[in-house]
Design a protein around this ligand. Sequence first.
Ligand code: MN
Ligand code: MN
Length: 317
Amino acid sequence: MSDTEFQPLDSGKVPRFAGLSTFMRLPMARPDQVDIALVGIPFDGGTTNRSGARHGPREIRNQSSLVRRVHHVTGLSPFDQLRAGDCGDVPVSPLDLHDALDTITEFFTKVRDAGARPLAVGGDHLISLPILRAVANEPLGLVHFDAHSDTYDEFFGNRYNHGTPFRRAVEEGLLDPKRMVQIGIRGSISDAGNYDFATQAAVRIIFIEELMARGVEAVIAEARSVVGAAPVYVSFDIDALDPSFAPGTGTPEIGGITTREAQAMVRGLAGLDIIGADLVEVSPPLDPSGVTALTGATLLFELLCVMASASKPKHAR
Ligand code: MN
Ligand code: MN
């Protein structure tokens, strides 16, 4: 290790249950100091039903103290491959949705301008839209894990909520629908036409039934070919998981993926040009055991590892 400055706290010196809580026990940092900026977005103003995801960043920081330095499959530590740091929370208004969206875009524009790639922690799924507004210089590919397509049009006449971010992102030219893949989609829908926008835009929807029939490996191979070698964003909604694994979320749907399948699929993204990612919809008030936040924190580490695997860090290690 040539650089000890951007390493998690040494658990041999500061026990995991001690110290101030940051993502992965990393130091607080400015975006210009790091290659990957871990950022919390304590916002759930886009939630249409059961709220609480505004408390996600704080509890995921807490549970991430259980995550260690080295990935057990690759034998690599992302913290030796690049610099990652906790860049704090976006100071979002809990009372004004559009002000919050603008604040998020401003924050992530600074992250982009500093040359860091964001790894964001929600918050509800609407947060993906203002992040994409900041990081998409061109229409991006998207790998999207979720029970829901999130390409609906409106709710109570409001076009900006956690069921609409990817429709808005396509309309705004932030995503290339032909390079979008949605994995794990399922559950009852309010209208048989709920998937029409995505289908007509040629988004590749892989429902849970197809995933179970074909298996994780085949689906990830297809996802890689759909997004290709150009820049891609990864968005992981914790409700992609079965609620037996991740009960603490606002819109659970039974019949979902396991934590092992989730880990295998995220690992399968290694080598893609991932320019940003997020982990959303963990709702601590609905998660008394903390297992959903632990699952979120662990998937955050998996995402960090795949982002590190293909990186050309500006900060040599
Ligand atoms: Mn979602
Ligand atoms: Mn969802």
